[in-house]
Design a protein around this ligand. Structure first.
Ligand code: GLC
Length: 563
């Protein structure tokens, strides 16, 4: 049940998302109700009381739609149904209803850049002739070379290899991800209309918001002749032009699409909300997050930055400034289904880059050896830092249990298309998608009555929710206490820094929020003096008047009583 001192957000509060804590569920790995080894919607429903007790405001479900799972469900065969392995639409409705009774909102993932190649439209396109209306819903082109045997352009797929695949009659179709994920042609009004239909379909079922997958794709420069990228092969945000002139990503025209979506969102009470997954330069994020657009955009710099005071200070300042410019609030993310879990990232020496992490996974997580106790300590400190910031925090399933990355999955068990498409150079994202441990003992550690689609490590039970529940020193109880407190503490959206540049250089972050709420993080190996105030919560043991290394604390000073 929602915590008694934290009234559930009113269903008519249009701004519920601005400072919400949103829990990301990767449905296939969350809870399995029927013993097929795959998590499902009734499994989610059965664990909603746990999430309400955790103290989150909303759940966001990664795709649960019918899919052949060429990309973990981000290859959608039908946008308005539930994968039969995961349940039915009735199960979905029941889940939303139970969530609502528990004071939880539901968000779903929308994947508009591409469908699955199993989608009825793509099947129709394959069966239809070049130049037909059915092909116009996707991006089909003739190839280059004497017999059209070369792809139309040099565009790479984000998962490796070319972004074009040839079909039987010789034409090529575009897929910026796996070949099983053909890109839609968003210049086609039928595509736009169909997504409007989908947004209404889920909104009518009581969905409060949407996470928009690859929101910076969609609008492409598809006028003839298509432009080669030449040297500009990277799709990294910093490599994209700042003026929206890339032929594939972050083009200004994408915002016309979202203005149309906004009209639909605003036709509901409360208005539906959306958060963009947009891998764009920070200066370009504002447009996605604006009130006339999707409303909020993921800020991944916090996730990508080293856990250092100087770096975090910079990231926080720029994220807050970006959000302010957009009239939105920022988002804070430490982990999701696409990245190495942060306990493991923080357990590695020398602030590893994405490439370092890929190499580390190829050694099955052995080289360099992770120092897990340090990773845990730093992750706990990062949690209190994140949860004190103004804006929305997105918590990835299992983060509240302090789960590490499963880095030593057998190559034979890997499902991420990155593994095959990179020719074995990138192991991929399966290690953060291993089904959750709910109980110390039992088949699949309480994930379900049988096995689990990805193997769980032998020691997974030590992280189980039932082991941690009630243990004050556990990760889970830290999150529970932090989330409950947060609800009583969060007021306006302002933050004031209380540390000098010199202190920050030494590893200290200290900021205050309304009501005398202080957050102090020692992101260094040394001890620092603890500022005065009533200690509300600490990420680790405190020693007298000192804040030990890699520890965050929430304090309250006298102002609280005036608040
Ligand atoms: C997003 C998803 C990722 C998926 C990709 C293609 O980045 O988060 O999991 O592979 O889009 O849909």
């Amino acid at each position: 049940m929602p915590h008694p001192d934290s009234p559930a957000l009113s269903s008519h509060d249009a701004h519920w998302w601005r400072q919400a804590v949103i829990y990301q569920i990767y449905p296939r790995s969350f809870a399995d109700s029927d013993g097929d080894g795959i998590g499902d919607i009734p499994g989610v429903t059965s664990r909603l009381p746990y999430l309400a007790d955790l103290g989150v405001d909303a759940v966001w479900l990664s795709p649960f739609y019918p899919s052949q799972l060429a990309d973990g469900g981000y290859d959608v065969a039908d946008y308005r149904d539930v994968d039969p392995r995961l349940g039915t639409l009735d199960d979905f409705d029941a889940m939303v209803a139970v969530a609502g009774r528990l004071g939880l909102k539901t968000m779903v993932d929308i994947v508009p850049n591409h469908s699955s190649d199993q989608h009825v439209w793509f099947q129709e396109a394959l069966a239809a002739a070049p130049g037909s209306a059915a092909r116009e819903r996707y991006v089909f082109r003739d190839g280059r070379g004497r017999d059209g045997e070369l792809p139309p352009t040099d565009w790479p797929s984000s998962f490796g290899g070319p972004a074009w695949t040839r079909v039987a009659d010789g034409q090529w179709y575009l897929h910026l991800y796996a070949p099983e994920q053909p890109d839609f042609n968003w210049d086609n009004p039928e595509v736009r209309e169909d997504f409007h239909h989908t947004l209404r379909f889920w909104s009518d079922r009581g969905v409060a918001g949407f996470r928009v997958d690859v929101a910076h794709g969609l609008a492409k420069d598809l006028g003839a002749p298509l432009r080669d990228l030449g040297e500009q092969q990277s799709y990294h945000p910093d490599a994209l032009p700042a003026d929206g002139s890339h032929p594939l990503w972050d083009r200004d025209a994408v915002h016309d699409i979202y203005r149309g979506w906004r009209q639909i969102f605003d036709s509901y009470d409360p208005p539906r909300f959306a958060v963009a997954e947009a891998w764009v330069r920070a200066s370009r994020r504002t447009a996605y997050a604006s009130a006339g657009g999707l409303g909020q955009a993921f800020e991944f710099d916090f996730l990508g930055a080293p856990l250092g005071a100087v770096e975090m200070h910079t990231v926080i300042d720029s994220a807050l400034a970006d959000a302010r410019r957009a009239g939105a609030t920022s988002t804070w993310v430490l982990s999701n289904h696409d990245v190495v879990r942060h306990v493991s990232r923080y357990a590695l020496p020398g602030d590893p880059t994405k490439r370092d992490l890929e190499e580390w996974l190829l050694t099955d997580g052995r080289d360099p050896a992770p120092d897990l106790p340090t990773g845990v300590r730093r992750a706990r400190a990062a949690a209190l830092l994140m949860l004190a910031l103004p804006g929305s925090a997105y918590v990835y399933q299992g983060e509240e249990l302090g789960l590490p990355e499963v880095a030593d999955l057998d190559r034979a068990d890997l499902r991420d298309p990155m593994w095959v498409r990179s020719g074995g150079r990138v192991k991929g994202r399966d290690g953060c998608r291993v089904p959750l441990p709910w109980t110390r003992e039992g088949t699949s550690f309480g994930f379900g009555p049988a096995g689990s689609w990805l193997p769980q490590p032998a020691d997974w039970g030590t992280y189980a929710a039932d082991v941690q529940s009630g243990d004050k020193a556990s990760f889970l109880e830290l999150y529970r206490r932090a989330l409950r407190l947060r609800r009583t503490l969060v007021a306006d959206e302002t933050l004031e820094w209380a540390c000098s540049p010199e202190q920050t250089r030494q590893g200290l972050l200290h900021f205050t929020r309304a009501g005398g709420w202080h957050t102090v993080s020692n992101l260094s190996d040394g001890h620092v003096p603890l500022p005065p105030g009533e200690v509300l919560l600490a990420s680790g043991p405190l020693t007298g008047d000192e804040l030990p290394p890699w520890t965050s604390v929430w304090l309250r000073t006298g102002a609280a009583s005036e608040h």
